[in-house]
Design a protein around this ligand. Sequence first.
Ligand code: ATP
Ligand code: MG
Length: 392
Amino acid sequence: MHPPGADVVLVRHGDVSTKSPTVKRYMEGTLVENLEALLADRSVPGEVERQWNRPLIHTTEAAVADAAETAADAFGVVSASAALAVTPEKAAICEALAETARARYDGGSFAIDAHRAEKDHPFTSRDLAIEGGDVIRSAVAEEFEPEVDLDDPDLTFGVEVRETAAYIYLEKVPGPGGLPLGTQAPMVALISGGIDSPVAAYEIMKRGSPVVPVYVDLGDYGGPDHEARAMETVRTLSRYAPNVDMRAYRVPGGDTVALLAETIEQGRMLSLRRFFFQVAEHVAADVGAAGLVTGEALGQKSSQTAQNFAVTSRATTLPIHRPLLTWDKQEIVARAREIGTYSDSTIPAGCNRVAPDRAETNGRLEPLLEVEPDELAARAEEAAANATLVEP
Ligand code: ATP
Ligand code: MG
C-alpha cells in the first residue's frame, strides 16, 4: 500500500553505507546499474536517480508498487518504499499526511515514523510526529478515532525529509541486504538441482559475487530430470541478476561416476566431491573466478562431516565457500521458498544411486588416495574442457 500520488521509490542500503566515501560511491554506482537492469528486465518503467546516500527511482503511480518490489530484489538493498514526494516544509508534509490518511486509513492504531536526513530544516522529527499525529486524527475524525500505538501500530506513516524533498510512505518492502552484485570477484557455484546449492549461490551473490554455475552431469547416475532441476534453479537465480552472464557449464561426468562406482566402495562420495572440485577449479581458471561455492552444511549428510570436508577440500587450492555450513535444513528450505528455487529443486528426479551401502563419515586422505583412480585429475580437466554452455 502506498500514499495516493506516490511515484517514487526510496531505496535503502545497509552495508554500503558503512564504506569510505570512495568505496561507497563505487558501490552505489554498481547498485544503480543493477537497479536499472532489474527494472528493464521486468519491463517496469523507472529512472534511477543517484542521490546522496541513496538511490531514488522515479516512476509512475501505476508502476510504483512493482518498482518497489523490483528494487527489493536487488542485492545490497535493505528495504524499498513506494513514496509520495512533497516540498520539505512542515505544512506540505502535514497536508500529504492528511490526504494519505483520508485515502488509506481504515481503522486501527497508527504511528508516525519520521526521519530527517538533513538537519537544517526548522522543525524536528518530533515536531513532525506530534503535529502529523494531530493532522491524521482530524483528517479521519468523522469516521474514526484512531489511537497512536508506537510499539505495534496497524499502519505506519513514514516520513523522510531530505534537503530538496520530503517523502511519505506506508510500507517498507524488505530486501536481501548484502552488497551490490558485481562488487566482488566472481565465483564458481556447484549447482546440483538439490535444495541447498541454489540457496548457497544466492547467499554468495548477496555479498556481491556473480556466480558461474557448474552442473556435473552424472550420466546414468543422474538423469535428465536432475539436470532440468539444476537449470531451472539457475534460471530462477538469473532473474536476480539480469545484467550478469549466468550461462551454466554443463560438464560431462557420467564416465567418471561410473568408474568411481566400480572401483571405490569406501570413500566413493568423497572422491566424487573431489572430482567436482577439480572440475570447478578448471572452470574457475577459465573465467577468472576467485573461489568455489557449494551447498554443503556441516553434518547434513554423511559426506559432509568435518573430517570429510578436510579430505575433500584438499582436491583444490581454491577456497571453497560453504555459506550454508551452519544452517539447519529447515532454514535452508525457508530461504529456498523465499527466493523461489524451492519448487524448481523438488521436481521429481531419480538420483542418490551413486552412494555406496556403507557411507564414509571419517575419511582420511592417504588411504583414499590409494584407492582413488590416478587419472581423476586428468579426467576433471578433460570434463571441464568438454563442458557445454546452457542458457538460463
Ligand atoms: P544439494 O545439492 O542441494 O546440496 P544435497 O544435499 O542432496 O542437495 P549433495 O549431494 O550432498 O547435495 O551435494 C553437496 C554439494 O555438492 C551440493 O550442494 C553442490 O554444491 C555440489 N554438487 C552435488 N552434486 C552436484 C552435481 N551433480 N553438479 C554440481 N555440483 C554438485
Ligand atoms: Mg545438501
